[in-house]
Design a protein around this ligand. Sequence first.
Ligand code: F0G
Length: 503
Amino acid sequence: MQLRIESSTQTFARPRSSGILSVLMKVASHQLRCTGCAAAISPDAAPADFRCPVCSGLYDIVYPWSSAAFRNLSDRPGSLSSGSMMPDTNLPNPSALRWLWQERRTSTMPVDQSGVWRFRDLLPILQNLENPVTLREGNTPLYDLPRSAKALGIDFLLAKHQGISNPTGSFKDTGMTAALSVALERGYEWVACASTGNTSASMAAYAARAGLRSIVLIPEGKIAWGKLSQSMDYGAVTLQLRTDFDGCVRILNELIRRLPIYLLNSVNPYRAEGQKTLAFELVEQLEGQVPEHILVPGGNLANGAAIGKGFREMLELRLIPRLPKISVIQAEGANPLVRSWMEDDGETLVPVTAETRASAIRIGNPASFRKAVDTIRSTGGWIAQVSEQEIALAKAEIGAEGIGCEPASAATLAGLKKLVGSAHVTPEERVVLILTGHTLKDPEYTIDYHRGTLLNRAELAQATPSGLALHAALRKPPQVLDADTDTVLRAIDAVLLPSTLSS
Ligand code: F0G
C-alpha cells in the first residue's frame, strides 16, 4: 500500500512498506552510529534529516567488523540498540579481499566494472549488493605532476582526478551510486539535495538512471553553467533559489519534514560509503603503498572525512600498516574550518558568509565540520586557506600539465604550496592531491582567467613577483584575427619569437 501526500504541484509516495520490511533482514549487517554521542540505530530507524535526535550529530555507517563498533560496545555499554550488532570475529581476510578486487577488474558485469562496487565487500549496505544503480563510476586516474613537484621542491606529487572517468565529472558520483541505491531499495520515489552544482548533477543522473524523480535546490546565479546544464539534461526539477548554498540547505530541511523525499546531501552517511572507496582504489594504484599526505578541498567538509573512513577501515582490516595525513584546504572567503582551527583548535564552528569564485566550495556553514576536524586530528593532517589569486594560478598550473580541473580542485595545489612553506609537508613526503571536478564544469572561469578578466587589481596585487611572472607565462588569451594567412603567420611568429630567442 502506498501512502500519498498531495502537494500543490506533485504527488509524492511514501516508501513502500513491503520494501522496508524486506530490507530489514539485510540491514542488520550494518548500523548508523552517531559521531557525536555514539548512540547507534538500525538503518530503518534513520531520521529523515540523518541527524541524531539526541545530540544532532551526524551518523557514520559501522559494520560488525569495524573497530568503531567494538569501541562502541566497550566504551559505552548499552549504547548499541538491542545489542544486535556483536563484534564479528570473522573479519574479512586482507589477502582474499585484494585477490577478489583484482579478479573483478576482468569481469564484464556492471557491478564489477564500477570502481565503487568492485569493493562492495566493505560497503554491504544493500540487500541486493549485486545490483546497485551504477554508471561505472570510480576507476579514476592517478597522474603525476612533475612540473609542480619540481617548482615546490618535493619528490613525489600525484593527482587523483575524480573529475575524470566519473560519469558526471566529479567525485560526487562515487557517493551518489551508494546513497541512491539505498533510496531505490527503500522504495522512495523522490530524492532531493541542496547543492553548489556537482551533487545536483550527480543526483539527477543517478535518479534518472534508476527511474526516480529528483529535486535540486541551487543558489541562483552562483553555480557554474556546466553543472546547471547537467541537472536539466538529466531531467531534475531544478529550483534556483535567491539565496546561497546555506540558504538552500535550510529550505531543504523544511521540505524533508513535510514530504517523503529522500535526502541525498552529504549528511546522508551512505554517500560517504561510496566516497571512501577512493582510499581502496588509491592504495591499489600505488601497489599497496600508502602516501604520507593527502590534500582535499573543503566545502561542506564531507569528502576528507569519507576518505579518512576508507583508510581507517583498511587499517582496521590490516590492509595497510598506517594512515596517511589528511589535510583540508579552503578558500579564504569560505573558511569556517580554518578560522575555527586557528582560533580554538577546531572546537567551535562559527558560520561565515561565504564568497569565492571556486563556487563548488562556497559554503559558510559546513554540515560535516565535526567529522572533518576529527579526521584531520586523528590522521595528523593540517588546514590551509588560499586566496582567489592563488587558486587561479594553481588551476592554470594544473592545466599547463595537461590535466585541468575545476577551481575548487585547484585549491589543493595552492594549499600544498602553503603547507610546504609552513613545513606541514616535507620534501620527502609522498603527496596526493584530490582533484574533485572536471575542468569543463566551469569553462567561464577558465576563459575569464586567460582573457585577464577574472582577477581584479587588488587580488593581483597580492601576488609575489614570481607569481605575477607565472601568471603572465601561463595566460594564453584567445586572439581574434582576420582569416588571412599572413596575419595568422604574424600571430604565430609573435608567440614563437620570444621562445626562439631565449633558446
Ligand atoms: N570540490 C568540488 C568540485 C565540489 O563540488 C565540492 C562540493 C567540494 C570540492 C567540497 O567537498 O563538500 O565534501 O567538502 N560540492 C558540493 C555540491 C557541496 O553540492 O556539489 P565537501
